[in-house]
Design a protein. Structure first.
Length: 192
């Protein structure tokens, strides 16, 4: 048996959380926001203002969708012989089609959020809840407000390639920057 630190002999869940914290501290770098709203990491633009606003819009839609969820309790709405059947789409109107698109979009954002670390998911949840209610009511007792904001910015940065890959974000400004002489390197914009 190897020698372990005292904290490594505690509850396995706490040990896993502590190890993940250590790993994240080694990976973290300082994110700064310039006056025009672009997010920079070590002086390199990694997210434009338009990207940030699109992600915030998607996250707010996801928050409203997630809060509207209520578990099904009680008897089923459909009798047993009609369970597998569905009505045809011939009578759908524009509002119902928009609702289906909204639900599909929010489910895709939910899948992307599930791929983040628990700290990033908590930061996104706290920020969207505070933005939805209009005040800073919710907070993380483990982080200061500045650390909370840094973690939220890091989560948005991690979400950017996932959302682009799923086709949830418009990339018009990125294409425009590419035409102006910027190239993409590991989700960062670097001048040629």
């Amino acid at each position: 048996m190897t020698w372990q630190r005292r904290w490594e002999r505690l509850d396995p869940c706490l040990v896993a959380m502590a190890r993940e914290q250590q790993r994240l501290k080694q990976q973290r770098t300082e994110l700064t926001e310039d006056p025009f709203g672009a997010i920079r990491e070590k002086g390199i633009v990694v997210m434009t203002q338009e990207d940030s606003e699109q992600i915030e819009g998607l996250l707010m839609d996801w928050y409203r969708w997630a809060n509207a969820y209520r578990p099904h309790l009680g008897a089923p709405r459909v009798s047993a012989y009609g369970r597998g059947m569905s009505d045809t789409d011939s009578f759908t109107d524009g509002e119902e089609a928009d609702t289906r698109i909204f639900n599909a979009q929010c489910k895709a954002v939910d899948v992307c959020l599930d791929e983040l670390t628990w700290q990033a998911r908590a930061a996104v949840g706290i920020h969207t809840a505070n933005k939805a209610c209009g005040n800073a009511i919710y907070k993380n007792p483990r982080l200061s407000p500045q650390q909370q904001h840094q973690e939220y910015q890091r989560a948005k940065l991690d979400l950017l390639p996932m959302l682009v890959k799923r086709g949830l974000m418009r990339v018009s400004e990125r294409n425009m920057l590419h035409e102006r002489g910027f190239r993409f390197k590991v989700d960062a914009l670097v001048p040629k």
